[in-house]
Ligand binder design. Structure first.
Ligand SMILES: [Zn+2]
Length: 483
């Protein structure tokens, strides 16, 4: 039995991947993804709630499922349960001449880092799933279960692409690292340790590709076709504790403007006064790239995003939800706490505001604005944790061109477009050692699929999974030596 090959990718100027090749690739690897879904690698902020045996079993299954990867690539554990694979690239022309290979340094121009994570969020209400969340059932051409999209699907597609390439004795033109995190859903600490490890070895990646965007359909109201959205930056995430204090006392003798009332007033002021709206450069570019695919009259507006920047900002800001989140730093008060007893006045009341800092804003600037909006010095603000928005990766470089080429080959009907990610990924930890960090999971996702992430009935079609495998294969084949 011959191994499934990455159809058509041997040619010098390969054409689009045929749909049948995707279905073949997906069908062959679907049982592997299904098996990986069955390990309940649920992450938690509380160490005692983590079933570490499931993480061990997941890691033990990998060599069985991807034997060539484990024969040919180096593997080290990072921060306990992070996995870092190293695939040595071909020596470049200069290295070949001198016979010197810069071992470990990733070759000139640095390595490609493909990232994914294998921890998942819990399935809060398993009884409401059509297929049990950790069954890994395959039915009607679909692989079901928690992690199918986020993010075991990417992990399995990367490993399968490398496995297939190894079966053809392929060696990449530059070094490749596969970096798989075990705590993306709670902290992403392992990704930070991995980035520091590479930095300590003087390795500066040429490109980092992590989860994030997708080949999204029904994502924009005026665009019919699929859009391959590639995250070029992500908003900062900030948790701020608002606190008010008061002498407290018995609830039978309340006084006005107690701790809870002042806290509530602060919360309402934040709600009534959204932060200023603006369109960051990557969002403007996204609209520009969508213009040819957009319906009239949106296409006209998108085509001149510079001219229409102000009205476009206003319209998006008024649309609410995701559209509004594109335009500004958002503030969501997520937790409230007052007195611990029903008949006791609160001596201290607190609220947690979860804030997503827009590209162009800063943590410090945001805190200043919040203080101005709250207009009450008795409400203290404490930065619990947070990070700045990520630097913006370019779209006019070799790296983005390679992504666009692989997208065009596997998703010829999709328009590639940069975008600002609203959520966070592990890859932000790599922005200190790499200028070209992109966030894109190469799977077609309609609105329902996107809504299933972190929710019920997460699943990935076999065809879509296969396209993802072809995409990574194409990307690895498209690598050029850095010299
Ligand atoms: Zn994820």
């Amino acid at each position: 039995m011959s191994p499934v090959t990455l159809g058509g990718m041997n040619q010098q100027t390969p054409g689009p991947e045929p749909a049948a090749a995707a279905l073949d690739a997906g069908s062959a690897a679907a049982p592997k993804l299904a098996r990986l879904i069955r390990y309940r690698t649920v992450s938690s902020r509380e160490p005692q709630d983590i079933d570490i045996g499931e993480f061990d079993a997941f890691i033990r299954a990998l060599p069985e499922l991807f034997p060539l990867v484990h024969r040919h690539l180096g593997l080290e554990r990072v921060n306990g349960y992070g996995l870092l694979y190293h695939w040595t690239g071909k020596p470049g022309p200069r290295d070949a001449a001198t016979g010197a290979v810069e071992a470990g340094a990733g070759g000139a121009g640095g390595p490609l880092v493909l990232m994914a994570h294998y921890d998942v969020v819990p399935a809060a209400r398993p009884e409401t799933w059509e297929h049990p969340p950790f069954s890994g059932e395959i039915s009607d051409g679909v692989i079901h279960g928690r992690g199918a999209l986020d993010d075991k699907g990417s992990l399995a597609a990367v490993l399968q692409a490398v496995e297939l390439l190894l079966a053809e004795d392929f060696q990449p033109a530059r070094d490749v690292y596969l970096s798989f995190g075990n705590n993306e859903e709670v902290s992403g600490v392992t990704a930070g340790v991995t980035a520091a490890l590479l930095e300590g070895r003087d390795i500066r990646p040429w490109m980092v590709l992590d989860e994030g965007g997708a080949v999204a359909t029904q994502a924009f109201p005026f665009v019919d076709g699929p859009v391959a959205v590639v995250g070029v930056t992500e908003k900062g995430v900030l948790d701020v504790e608002l606190a008010t204090e008061d002498p407290g006392g018995h609830a039978s003798t309340p006084h006005r403007r107690g701790a809870t009332a002042r806290l509530a007033r602060a919360v309402v002021r934040l709600d009534d006064n959204p932060l200023p709206a603006a369109l960051p450069a990557p969002t403007v570019e996204m609209f520009g790239r969508l213009a040819p695919a957009a319906r009239f009259p949106a296409g006209l507006v998108f085509g001149k995003p510079g001219v229409f920047r102000k009205p476009l900002t206003r319209i998006l800001a008024r649309m609410g939800g995701e559209s509004e989140a594109l335009t500004r730093t958002t503030v969501a008060v997520t937790q409230l706490q007052g007195s611990s007893a029903a008949n006791v006045l609160a001596s201290r009341a607190t609220a947690n505001a979860n804030i997503r800092v827009a590209v162009g804003d800063t943590v410090e600037g945001t805190l200043k604005r919040l203080r101005r909006i709250i207009r009450d010095p008795s409400v203290t603000l404490r930065l619990v944790e947070g990070n700045e928005p990520s630097p913006v990766s370019a779209t006019d470089n070799e790296q983005f061109a390679l992504l666009a080429e692989a997208i065009a080959a596997v998703f010829p009907d999709a328009v590639p477009a940069p975008y600002v990610m609203l959520g966070g990924t592990d890859s932000r930890r790599f922005t200190g050692i790499c200028d070209a960090v992109y966030r894109f999971a190469p799977f077609r996702m309609d609105r329902r699929a996107r809504a299933s992430i972190h929710a019920d009935n997460e699943c990935l079609g076999i065809q879509a999974f296969g396209e993802g495998i072809l995409f990574y294969g194409r990307l690895l084949r498209g690598l050029q030596s850095g010299q």
